[in-house]
Ligand binder design. Sequence first.
Ligand SMILES: [Fe+2]
Ligand SMILES: [Fe+2]
Length: 192
Amino acid sequence: MDLDRQRAIAWLEQNVSAHRLEHILGVEMMAINLAKIHQLDARQAAQAGLLHDLAKFFPPAKLLDLARQHQLNIDEVCRRVPHLLHADVGAIIAKEEFGVKDPQVLRAIANHTLGQPQMDDLSCVIFLADALEPGRGDSKKLNQLRQTSQEHLLQAVRQVCDMTLKHLVKNNKLIHPRMVQTRNWAFLAARP
Ligand SMILES: [Fe+2]
Ligand SMILES: [Fe+2]
């Protein structure tokens, strides 16, 4: 089924902030670009990009409820930081609210925050676009990562994980083990 982009945007206008909608459109655009560069399906990338943050503004109790209802794994870190569930819950909303059935698109939405070892190229593209879309800023580091994302998906995934992990340590935040697993997978897989 074709996604009604206007309906999705209208839904997002009601459910996320204007700033977040701008980010989402930036992710959609960057995901399309990366998909073309890496010879992936640009329509799948656009769909996952547009729908990746559907649950971004769901309150913690709603995220935990939906996660429980759909038998998602709620570990200790997610219990403490329910916001981490917004990616996996976002995939549920994409399916239920927008009728998305494509498992690759649903996985890419679910993987956009923490990644997943062995995730496919479409998931890598959404993970990278989420971290690197133009609205994230234009530091030298981000621009280097944008360049790498065009040349080598896995190397870019590893570097984005490193950047996020450093940020979490520096700011005294909990680290979800799935992020470490994604980083180690990309670290090993990116090597010849
Ligand atoms: Fe997100
Ligand atoms: Fe996002």
